[in-house]
Design a binder for this molecule. Structure first.
Ligand SMILES: NC(=O)c1ccc[n+]([C@@H]2O[C@H](COP(=O)([O-])OP(=O)(O)OC[C@H]3O[C@@H](n4cnc5c(N)ncnc54)[C@H](OP(=O)(O)O)[C@@H]3O)[C@@H](O)[C@H]2O)c1
Length: 325
């Protein structure tokens, strides 16, 4: 594979994990970092051996040597940052949730297509070896036709009204932060969109959902039960139940193993990986670019858009709106 010059836009908490994963790929050149604060860019660059630093996102996006930008701002700035890079001809991998709402996602996708550049949602778990194995088992009919998906993702955090998890101005709440993983798994497994959505949110003191339960129904009676939370630690299980067996993926969003139950027996699959695990999504971007693809077949843009449409509907059902809606 040829070498690609990578840029980090917004070196915050998650960008550290991404850079850790990127360092696993010899062809990924840690090229530039752009921050609103040049000191933060320099500190980050020194830690992960990036060559160049910029005190603004615009300067980063305009660097002619830059190939791919990882957008890692809070959700509310994904659209602005991604569009800035796409208009400058840079490939973009944008943190989850892809955008705050479907309208934003639609504009981002349109911009990528108009400028003929690569764009993908950074739904990193999809690219982990464990979830690739789960997809392979389903495709090989190891559990028969999938009838039910169960997924939960809740963690206990302290209320901080200014922080991105709880601030309505930063599109806080469990659905957009971690509920999006559950929905993304359903979309990946069923390969179609639900025909019916029922949901219930618990809105906390800052005005965002601290808990969210979702039930999806698909054609032919298939269904999904999903739960997300930001003040409640749950098991983080993904269970895929088919007519002839089931697949259990513990701690699924960063999983390193899974169990297949079929017939009267079970099989364990250990699928370890080095470093943070964010290298797999980065590799997918590079593979697609090498092949001249403008989006990933494993995380297509229309699927990111559909997931946002579902989240829009869930928020509508529960009267949760953000300033940018
Ligand atoms: N894939 C995953 O596992 C994972 C995990 C956690 C979070 N995420 C996603 O990654 C994104 C960032 O999350 P994070 O926890 O890394 O966020 P964070 O640390 O709070 O913020 C990330 C960076 O965004 C920049 N930023 C730009 N405008 C900002 C504003 N008005 N307020 C605050 N920061 C602003 C800042 O960088 P500069 O000032 O340096 O430019 C900041 O350091 C979110 O969309 C989140 O959903 C993904």
């Amino acid at each position: 594979m040829r070498k690609f010059n990578w840029g980090i836009l917004a070196p915050g908490k998650i960008a550290h994990k991404f850079a850790d994963g990127l360092a696993q790929i010899p062809e990924a050149v840690p090229y530039a970092v752009g921050s609103r604060d040049i000191k933060r860019a320099k500190d980050f660059a020194a830690k992960y051996a990036f060559n160049k630093t910029y005190g603004s996102y615009r300067e980063l996006a305009e660097d002619p040597e830059l190939d791919i930008v990882y957008v890692a701002t809070p959700h509310t700035f994904h659209e602005e940052a991604a569009v800035l890079c796409l208009k400058n001809g840079k490939a973009v991998i944008c943190e989850k949730p892809f955008a705050v709402n479907a309208a934003q996602a639609q504009r981002m996708i349109q911009c990528a297509r108009q400028n003929n550049v690569f764009l993908m949602e950074a739904m990193w778990s999809r690219f982990l070896p464990s979830l690739c194995k789960a997809r392979e088992l389903i495709a090989n009919n190891a559990i028969g036709k999938v009838r039910l998906v169960y997924a939960d993702f809740g963690f206990k955090s302290t209320v901080n009204p200014e922080g991105r998890l709880f601030a309505p101005a930063l599109a806080g709440g469990s659905l957009l932060d971690v509920g999006v993983y559950n929905l993304s798994m359903c979309s990946m497994i069923f390969g179609k969109q639900p025909s019916e959505i029922k949901s219930q949110m618990t809105i906390g003191s800052t005005g965002v959902d601290e808990e969210c339960s979702v039930m999806l129904r698909y054609e032919e009676g298939q269904s999904a039960l999903l739960f997300s939370a930001i003040r409640l630690g749950t098991r983080h299980d993904l269970v895929i139940i088919g007519e002839d067996g089931r697949i259990e993926v513990p701690g699924y969003w960063k999983s390193k193993n899974l169990t297949l139950y079929s017939g009267s027996g079970s099989s364990e699959y250990d699928l370890p990986y080095e470093a943070s695990g964010y290298q797999f999504e980065a590799l997918e971007v590079m593979r697609c670019m090498e092949e001249g693809l403008k989006e990933s077949p494993l995380m297509p843009l229309d699927e990111s858009l559909c997931i946002l449409k579902i989240m829009d509907q869930i928020r509508k059902e529960n009267n949760l709106t953000y300033l940018c809606d």
